[in-house]
Design a protein around this ligand. Structure first.
Ligand code: SF4
Length: 141
């Protein structure tokens, strides 16, 4: 793909409302717990669903994320990797059609300063490092 444009829009939380799960790394869990003044164990027992291969936030009824509030994300400075890196996810930056599809709900895609594809791909590597089993399972994306 050529250069991409992106500028997150203040006050928008559209990406937080998309159907899906919020996955965590162990470090994400520790940081979010510390942000809320909780122990990692306490945070996990209240907010996290853990399987052998992944950690994800439990979903409250009819919401995608327990930390999304009217004013925005309650743990914004310490939000999980996938939330911080969006929209530079491998599956979006490597496929033009997916990037365009994300632009349908994200008003920040397509505006702002151009971002070199190399920089976008570099950012997306953080996702592969953070969630290796997810990306291994689905191949390139
Ligand atoms: S949907 Fe796009 S513009 Fe809106 S908060 Fe998410 S990244 Fe920012």
């Amino acid at each position: 793909m050529d250069g991409l444009r992106f500028a997150c829009q203040p006050g928008c939380t559209a990406c937080c409302r998309q159907p899906g799960c919020v996955y965590l790394t162990e470090e994400d869990l520790r940081r979010a717990a510390a942000h809320l003044g909780m122990t990692a164990a306490g945070f996990e027992s209240r907010y996290v669903y853990r399987t052998r291969h992944l950690l994800r936030l439990r979903k409250p009824p009819r919401l995608q994320c327990p930390f999304l509030e009217e004013e925005g994300c309650r743990i914004h400075p310490d939000k999980p990797t996938q939330c911080r890196v969006f929209p530079f996810w491998p599956e979006l930056v490597e496929r033009r059609a997916c990037w365009r599809a994300a632009a349908k709900f994200c008003p920040g895609i397509g505006i702002g300063p151009p971002i070199e594809i190399g920089s976008a791909l570099e950012a997306s590597v953080e996702m592969r490092v953070a969630y290796p089993t997810t990306y291994a399972k689905h191949g390139k994306a």
